[in-house]
Design a protein. Sequence first.
Length: 441
Amino acid sequence: MLAVFAATIFSFVLRPMPMAATTIIGLVILILTDTFANDSKKAVEYALSGYGSSIVWLMVAAFLISGAVVETGLGRRVALMLIHKLGRSARGLAWGISSAEFVLGPFVASNTARGGGVLAPIVDSLCRTLARGDEVARRNGVSELLILTGSHSNLITAAMFLTGMSANAIVSQAGSDIAGVEFGWNTWALGSIVPGVVGLALLPPFLTLFVKPEGVDIAAAREKAQTELRKLGEFTRNERVLLGVFLLVLVLWSTSKLHGINTTAVALLGVASLLLTGAHSWRSMANNGGAWDAMVWLGGLVTMAAALKDRGVVAWFAENAKEWVGGLGGVAALLGLALVYFYSMYGFSMLSGHITAMAAAFMALAISMEAPPMLTVALLAYFSNLCGCLTNYSSGPVILYFGMGYVPAARWFRIGALVSLFHLTVWLTIGMTWWKILNWW
C-alpha cells in the first residue's frame, strides 16, 4: 500500500502523465495485487469507495459553478469593477486585484481557473497598458506590484476557503480520518476569515516595501478597466441568475447549523439551480474537464488515504517519527512541524503534490505528539496553500504570473521568502489569537 501510494505521489511531482491517469493506474495495481481485499469484487468496491465521499462531490459541484463564473463573464466583470473602483493609485489597483480574489474565492474551486483564467489576463492587460509596449517599462514597479499581488493573493484566497483550491479536500478528509475533526466549509472559512482578510489587506502595503510603484500613469490602467467594462455592457440575465445562486449558496453555507443542510447538498443545489434556470447548460458542465479530472484523482486519493489508515501505515509512521521531535510536545511540537511542512514546499513542483504527500503524515505525527487536534488541522490546512509563495513553480497561477516576464526569477524567490515571513507573522499572531478565541487550542 505504501509503495503504490509513494509511487503515485512521485508521479504527481514529476508529472509523466495527468494526475487522474496516475491515480487510476495506482487503484488498478492495488486491486490486482489484492492489497484492498482478497476478493476481486470487494477490492473493486473498496477502490471506488472514495468516489462516494461528500468532500469529493463538494469540490466537483464547486468546479461546475466555477465554469459558469468564467463562461458567463461574471468573474471578469467583478474583477474589472473592483479594479476600476479601487484603482486610484498603485496600491488601489493591487487592492482591487486582492478584493476580486476574495469575492471569487469561495465559488471558484480551481485556483488555476480563478487566478489563471479570470484575473491573470486582466492583470497582464493592465501591465501592458502601463508599459505601453516598452520592454524597459515592463520592469516598472507598478507592473511588479500587480503581478506579485495577483500571484500571492491567489494563494491567500486558496487558503481561506475549502472550495478555494481542489486539493484542500484532501486536508479536510485527513482531518476527519486522522484527527477526528470535522473541518468542513464553515469551519475552514471561520478559522481563516480574520487572518485571511488581514493578510489580503496588508499584502499590497507590504510588497511596496520592496517594490516601488513610481513614475507610471495609473489613470491609464484605470481607464483600461473602464473600457473593458463598457465592452461587457449591462449585466446579462445569466450573470444576474448566477449572482442570485452565489448569494443563496453563501447564505446556506454560512447558516448550516440553523437549517442542517449538508454543505455538499448546498453546492449541488447551486448546480441544480443553474441547470433549472438555464444559466448554465449541462453540455457546458459535461465539458468541464477540470471538474471530472478533480473527481477522479480526489476520489482515488480518498480511497488510498483510507487504505493507508486501515493497513496501519499512518500509525506506523507517526510512532516511528516521534523521535524527530523528541522532547517537544503539544503546541510546541505542532509549530515546529508546521514550519517544516511550510518550507518543505521548496522541494515540490505543485501544491497538490505537496499536500498529497505530506499533509496526512504531518497531521498524524502532530496528533501522536498530543497537539490540539483542531489547531493541527487548521495550521496544516492554511499552510498548505500559503507555502506556495516560496517558489515560481508552486501552482498554475504562480507559474502563469511568473511566465509573463515582469519579475526576474531571482527577485521572485527573494520576495517570496519575505512574503513567507509575512504569512507566518500574520497567521501565527493574529491567526493564533483568533483560534484561541474560537477555543481551538
